[in-house]
Design a protein around this ligand. Structure first.
Ligand SMILES: [Zn+2]
Length: 112
């Protein structure tokens, strides 16, 4: 059932209620049980239609909103092999290249 059908059922329920109220007022001799049955049927239709409309109001339309997770592009992640590897000078504590032969700050000779 689509939203239009639900609205039609709601409107039909209102029409049924109005018709039976008007008819029962216009013809007081009409069977009272019949009038109440008609009005009750209209109320049922009205509530059913409103319930369906409420469903459409709450639930998003199918395929309307799609949020998909996209992982970050791979090239933005620095592989471990490309992480700069350093070593600390044991004499002055300066950070040097891993393949440095001498510490440029204190001329300490690294023994490899
Ligand atoms: Zn040093």
């Amino acid at each position: 059932m689509d939203e239009g059908t639900a609205r039609s059922i709601t409107i039909l329920g209102v029409i049924v209620i109005v018709i039976f109220v008007v008819v029962s007022q216009a013809f007081p001799s009409l069977n009272l049980a019949l009038s109440f049955t008609g009005i009750f049927s209209g109320i049922i239709l009205l509530l059913f239609g409103l319930n369906k409309i409420a469903d459409y109001a709450i639930k998003p339309a199918e395929g309307g909103i799609q949020v998909s997770y996209q992982p970050p592009p791979q090239q933005y992640i620095t592989p471990y092999s490309q992480v700069p590897q350093v070593k600390y000078c044991p004499r002055c504590g300066a950070i040097n290249r891993y393949d440095a032969q001498f510490c440029p700050y204190c001329d300490y000779k690294f023994s490899s």
